[in-house]
Design a binder for this molecule. Sequence first.
Ligand code: XIL
Length: 347
Amino acid sequence: MGQPVLPGLEAIARERGITFGSAVQSTPLLSNSEYAAAMRREAGALVPEWEGKWEALQPTEGAFTTAPLDAILAWGKANGRMVRGHALVWHKSLPEWAETALGEGPHRALSIMETHIRTVLRHTRAQIRDWDVVNEVIADPAGSDTPQEGDSAYRDSPFFRALGPRYIDEALRMSRRADPLLRLTLNEYGIEEDTPAAAEKRRRLLELVRDLLSRGVPLDAVGIQGHLQLAKPFRPEPLTALITALRQAGLSVLITELDIREGRDAPQDLRARDALVAERAYAFVSTALQAGVRSVFTWGLSDKFSWLTHDPDVALTDSRTHRGLPLDEHFRRNAMWDALARAFAGR
Ligand code: XIL
């Protein structure tokens, strides 16, 4: 008789009316039994890590390739797991044809946006009831990791260059027209920590959503990505104030992509590293829950499949790999798992 397996994070969260979910990759979901078992045990909801992006769904104009996303939807249906959508309008994972089209004038830009949004939302309507309609639309302020020149609050993206800030209105209005009951989410990063740059980005975010709502632009929720960095300070108060202000504006708030980058100063000892990650995870999630957040997604479950391990934009530059998710590379529960379990249990 093996050790009884403690209930997964989804069950612990569900006990208190919280949804815990994870980003998922269709390939290992179908081919790696350990990966699928971990998803089944720990994640009560899923968000496609790549399969819902423009380059995955419409790699060439008019040719929609939904099989990878459909595989996740089918797995979710078979396992009773809700799937949220990510991301209809984003400046990354944008195929070249779309980037070119966005440069061919506002009419062409609006036309490809409308076709993409309507086609994708019609396809996923029965299963996905919450989409990140616009992702990372705010410019990174001075002092952030990738600051944008100038004082515009808007990211200088192909969409912005085609239409100005109204591309955000248009994407949200198109989505509402395509599916009136869909939850429309604006998803953002760099708004979580106690730094001057994050404070300015929070200010820009609040100004943006208040402007959208004041003009009757449809918006239901804000996603706080939660790609945390131990190299940056964290205090509960700024995050609490942001979530409270967003909820007072009538918006739901969810954590959409939690993972934790340790950075160059991470200690060598694994237990010490895991303890620091766990401490930050607990502080962040318990603060969000106390402020009224009821959905928390990590950006994957196991370090083995984390972008923190593979993506040069975020990976550690020495021989070590980040330990920023609740399961280690062997799918073993770690100190971050314990921290999340404690936060969900309200302990
Ligand atoms: C990341 C994926 O995890 C990587 O595999 C890919 O190389 C780049 O995109 N914010 C987002 C996510 O909204 O879509 C990004 O996902 C991580 C940052």
